[in-house]
Ligand binder design. Structure first.
Ligand code: AMP
Length: 471
């Protein structure tokens, strides 16, 4: 399949070619013809699949492609196509994409989101726009102030619909839907199609074509994942060690809390690693600046809370670190979707401490993947993690941690993913997180520990195809 075969006009094809895209991604190949037919579309696609172009390109074609229909110019500031996104960052990125893909067309587009002054946004809406990319709250404010109307709306795109629901935007979305004409075309993109999303879809789309490129809740295919068992207090030193010893130059680190993110930035800075935080307490300007500096490689480590987990379009981000596991298992999938994007490989490592075992189990169940373990010399935790969270039975209660000297006398432990036989010493841990007697009794997938005598540079998963356990 080529872009020339999709029914897009020459101006759009020119812009796509300038981006260096040679072939449409699977979601583009499926969604573009469906949208061009004028059908409603429900697409299951996570960030990194090329979904933004999947809805933007045909939308541009419909709004004013090869037939070059005149752009919106009417009273009361009409909007012809509305793209709703859950976060400001995603809105800005979609807006950038729209501008790039429409650069050879008479299309006027703009982006509005909260956290910045409303007046310049009102000015940009004067005379109407062909495409408006917006977050829900600010859009409603602007509508209330008469800065725009939807009487002429032709297309609605709901981007990252599942995230919208997670972030509590359902009421705002319902309010917005009431303002829109019924005879519009609606495109709904979501990483997953949960029951809630299907419920929302009922009031949103009409006889939709469903397209899907990856099974729901599967983690991005080109991402190599592994985890480092480590005690909580050792996480920051281990992160610094990993960055330095692997020479990672661009690392996105996820922290559970804003406070934790700020603290980690200080620790990284103190270690000489330039870092910045991006989370809800930062002003929009600070967030934009941090992201820009990260993209330009002025900042080596970007520490983010889950607000940044979706939609950050950072090309070919090689490395994601879960400093803390997320609070919701689905967020693991979204977080590591930041790496291994279209055409690029990525790696995601999670630093997992004893408190996080339950969440680890949930993540492994959700993704149907046993994340390979890899301990690092000098950072071994007091208690070993269970070999396979998928195999683990519920634990009745936690017993107190055993002191370090009670552990089996481990030497060097490193993993390459799987398939290595378990040495007796590693089996004998008796703490609550220790491997059960008989260990991997299901015989599904064995633990990834491997002994090697030397304290050599920790081996990342790169180049080790065996690191993707259980898929
Ligand atoms: P998205 O899933 O929309 O966030 O897109 C992920 C990344 O894929 C972006 O950096 C796009 O620039 C890139 N991309 C989109 N379409 C293609 C394509 N057909 N070929 C190569 N890269 C693409």
């Amino acid at each position: 399949m080529k872009f020339t075969e999709l029914g897009l006009g020459p101006n759009i094809q020119k812009a796509v070619a300038a981006q260096g895209y040679e072939t449409p991604t699977p979601i583009q190949a499926q969604a573009i013809p469906a949208v061009l037919k004028g059908r409603d579309v429900m697409a299951a696609a996570q960030t990194g699949t090329g979904k933004t172009a999947g809805f933007t390109l045909p939308m541009l074609e419909l709004l004013g492609g090869s037939s070059a229909r005149p752009k919106a110019q009417a009273k009361g500031n009409p909007v012809r196509a509305l793209v709703l996104t859950p976060t400001r960052e995603l809105a800005a990125q979609v807006g950038e994409n729209v501008a790039i893909y429409s650069q050879h067309m008479p299309i006027k587009s703009t982006v509005v989101f909260g956290g910045v002054k409303i007046n310049p946004q009102m000015m940009r809406l004067r005379g109407g726009v062909d495409i408006l990319v917006a977050t829900p709250g600010r859009l409603l404010d602007l509508h209330q102030q008469g800065a725009l109307h939807f009487k002429d709306l032709e297309i609605l795109v709901l981007d990252e619909a599942d995230r919208m629901l997670d972030m509590g935007f359902i009421h705002d979305i319902r309010k917005i839907l009431k303002l829109l004409p019924d005879n519009r075309q609606t495109l709904m993109f979501s990483a997953t199609f949960s029951k809630d999303i299907r419920e929302l879809a009922k009031s949103l789309v009409n006889d939709p074509i469903e397209v899907s490129v990856s099974p729901p809740n599967s983690t991005a295919k080109r991402v190599k994942q592994w985890l480092c068992p480590v005690d909580k207090k050792q996480k920051a030193p281990l992160l610094i060690h990993l960055i330095e010893s692997n020479d990672w130059q661009q690392v996105l680190v996820f922290s559970k809390t804003k406070h934790g993110a700020n603290k980690l930035v200080k620790q990284l800075d103190a270690a000489g690693l330039r870092a910045a935080a991006i989370h809800g307490n930062k002003s929009q300007n600070a967030r934009t600046k941090a992201l820009a500096e990260f993209k330009q490689s002025k900042v080596r480590v970007l520490v983010a809370t889950d607000i940044a987990a979706r939609g950050l379009d950072i090309d070919q981000l090689p490395q994601v670190v879960n400093f803390d596991l997320p609070q919701v298992a689905e967020d693991y999938v979204h977080r590591i979707g930041r790496t291994g994007r279209a055409g690029a490989e990525g790696a995601a490592v999670s630093l997992v401490c004893a408190d996080e075992i339950d969440m680890l189990r949930e993540i492994e169940r959700l993704t149907k993947t046993i994340i390979p373990r890899e301990e690092h010399v000098g950072f071994e935790p007091i208690h070993t993690l269970p070999d396979s969270s998928l195999d683990a039975r519920p634990r009745p209660s936690r017993s107190p941690k055993k002191p370090r000297q009670n552990r089996p006398n481990r030497q060097q432990t490193k993993g390459d993913g799987r398939g290595q036989s378990q040495k007796p010493a590693a089996k004998s841990g008796k703490g609550p997180l220790a491997k059960k007697p008989g260990g991997n009794s299901s015989g599904k997938i064995s633990n990834s520990r491997r002994r090697s005598g030397a304290n050599s540079k920790p081996k990342g998963p790169q180049g080790s195809g065996g690191n993707r356990g259980g898929q």
